[in-house]
Design a protein around this ligand. Structure first.
Ligand SMILES: [Mn+2]
Length: 599
């Protein structure tokens, strides 16, 4: 059976269910009941029903057709993976799917959705939009995909890791007490801690349930006194867990969550409508509990890393940088020898260098290895069958990271292949200037990433250029490579940057069809310091990522003396800290790569 036939028969099976349920449309998002960035294979419902494997998208099954909504990153991919015979392609951002659906169905029709797969905020918005067209949004008790998916993979059951205090710096009872107090301060009796990485932080555990992020899937109810009920598969809980988390933690199967939520009648329960699924919050409402809508109380404390966590991140970054240096030296040598490898070989070779570290658990995301014009696509993923090949006199972009037991890394380097010429060098220098300006920023308490974003873009803006992605995202410690609540971006964000927060610094420039440039380091916010001669203490950044930035891409004349000094000082630090971890040939390469910029 061709894949179009497979999908056609799956759609027919879904339509059969829809008729039984009396619904005219079924909404299937690329999300699962835990609403995280990565989802296990058995929860890839959108992939099963459409063939689309991208990380964002929504499909709608109608009785007489189907549509798939993806954003600009996936307009090419969706046409390759999803049959045009069975689906119409729609733009997720330009044409919000609820509005499209309302128009398409018209008054009196019913659209079904699984409230476990959406946030409460999504549900409220969709309901409002559909109501304008007279369409009813109908909650489904069971997911039609699950009912039709007969060879669905079984759940992975691997025991969780108990992270010792030498990695976390704080025990679980201490964290739970602090968050409990924050919950009480919001006037709530308890909180639904829904995000799996928040639960992982609270309990000092990590798991194997999804690729790239070490999560134990599940969610929790936390009381103001620090008592916690964790709803997950108890088979994942290892011996020693009780002693590890201290008193007051109960592990229950997820099937018990419904009755636990129903028992909260009359209580005030804090929940984050933007991150927790609608199912949990609707269950609270129906039980007669009062929802206190507020951001996940774990987010800010988790984002502000303590001294132990920073020390662990530093250690992981030194080893990761050594692997990156071996890789960069290898690329240089191969290109010099006339061997222009393909994107997949670069990605695999870098993985091999990282995997020499016994503390590597996984990559922190699928490596972006993009040669030539492919790098102009910010979220490019090379194909293993037909990878692009390095092109002489251009650049190659490699964005990658590792999940080590002591830390998470995320680094992008843009590598000159031969002589990239004056245009690429000029654009790389403008990107570099922005990266340096953000790196050396000083700012008072209360400053947000939104306010700092222009530092990284100013040189591009001045010359009439920009890039269409954020400048920096938060990063966890052996946890999510993308975490909030802070970020550095044009979009308004009201969370101030606080000491210990880790954030990426990744300006770029992309010329469609031609080339792409991005320079990314992770850095953390340093404690307030009094500036000699100044009045007020200022926060700043310190780089965690320690790998050379390709100096052959930089036009020294476009740098100020301060910028040159800053780059030279960074490279001197890279050489001093990473050099001792490398053997002779790579160390010699690093010495040359870290030499001061010729003035
Ligand atoms: Mn990043």
């Amino acid at each position: 059976m061709s894949s179009t036939d497979t999908i056609r028969s799956r759609l027919e099976a879904l339509r059969e269910r829809m008729r039984t349920l009396g619904i005219d449309a079924l909404i299937i998002p690329r999300a699962d009941e835990y609403l995280g960035e990565y989802i296990p294979e058995r929860n890839e419902r959108l992939l099963w029903a459409s063939g689309f494997s991208g990380s964002a998208g929504t499909m709608i099954v109608l009785l007489d057709g189907a549509a798939i909504f993806v954003d600009g990153r996936y307009t090419v991919q969706v046409r390759q993976q999803v049959s045009a015979e069975l689906f119409e392609y729609r733009h997720l951002i330009d044409e919000p799917h609820a509005d499209w659906l309302g128009k398409r169905l018209g008054a009196g029709k019913r659209a079904g959705f699984d409230p476990r797969m959406h946030t409460l905020s999504w549900q409220k918005r969709a309901q409002e939009t559909l109501a304008r067209h007279g369409v009813e949004l109908v909650e489904l008790a069971q997911n039609p995909v699950d009912l039709c998916w007969h060879d669905r993979p079984a759940a992975q059951v691997q025991q969780a890791l108990l992270l010792e205090e030498r990695f976390t710096g704080r025990n679980s009872p201490d964290k739970r007490r602090e968050i409990g107090q924050a919950i009480a301060a919001k006037g709530a009796d308890c909180a639904l801690v829904f995000a799996a990485d928040s639960v992982a932080w609270l309990l000092n555990i990590r798991g194997f349930d999804v690729p790239h992020t070490p999560l134990v899937l599940g969610y929790a109810l936390l009381e103001t006194d620090g008592r916690l009920r964790f709803f997950t598969d108890p088979a994942k809980i290892p011996p020693g867990f009780d002693a590890h988390v201290g008193e007051g933690v109960e592990v229950l199967p997820e099937s018990e969550a419904a009755s636990a939520l129903a028992a909260l009648a009359g209580k005030r329960v804090l929940a984050d409508p933007d991150t927790a699924n609608a199912w949990c919050q609707l269950a609270l409402e129906r039980a007669g509990a009062t929802r206190v809508a507020a951001p996940d109380p774990v987010l800010v404390p988790k984002a502000c890393k303590n001294a132990t966590e920073i020390a662990c991140m530093r250690a992981a970054h030194v080893r990761d940088a050594a692997a990156e240096c071996r890789f960069l030296a290898w690329v240089d040598a191969e290109v010099a020898a006339g061997r222009l490898h393909d994107e997949a070989t670069l990605s695999d070779t870098l993985h091999t260098f990282r995997a020499q570290d016994p503390w590597l658990k996984d990559l922190s995301f699928d490596t972006i290895s993009a040669a030539g014009g492919n790098a102009a696509m910010c979220h490019y993923r090379h194909s293993d069958e037909h990878p692009g090949r390095l092109q002489r006199d251009g650049v190659s972009l490699v964005d990658s990271g590792g999940q080590y037991f002591d830390g998470t890394t995320d680094i992008t380097r843009t590598i000159a292949i031969g002589d990239p010429g004056p245009e690429i060098r000029r654009m790389a220098t403008l990107v570099m200037k922005g990266h340096i300006a953000l790196d050396r920023a000083r700012f008072p308490r209360g400053t947000t990433g939104t306010q700092l974003d222009i530092l990284a873009r100013q040189f591009l803006w001045r010359e009439g250029f920009d890039y269409d992605h954020g400048t920096g995202h938060g990063v966890g410690v052996f946890l999510g490579v993308h975490e909030g609540p802070h970020r550095i971006a044009k979009a308004p964000n009201s969370v101030a940057l606080q000491p210990g927060m880790i954030v990426s610094n990744e300006p770029g420039y992309y010329k469609e069809g031609a080339y792409g440039i991005r320079i990314e380091n992770l850095q953390y916010v340093t404690s307030p310091r009094t500036i000699p001669g100044g009045e007020r203490p200022m926060l700043g950044f310190e780089a965690l990522t320690l790998a050379p930035i390709d100096r052959t891409l930089i036009l020294p004349d476009l740098l100020t003396v301060e910028e040159r000094d800053q780059l030279d000082a960074y490279h001197a630090r890279v050489l001093a800290e990473i050099g001792p971890h490398l053997d002779a040939p790579v160390r010699d390469w690093l010495k040359a790569a870290c030499a001061p910029i010729a003035g």
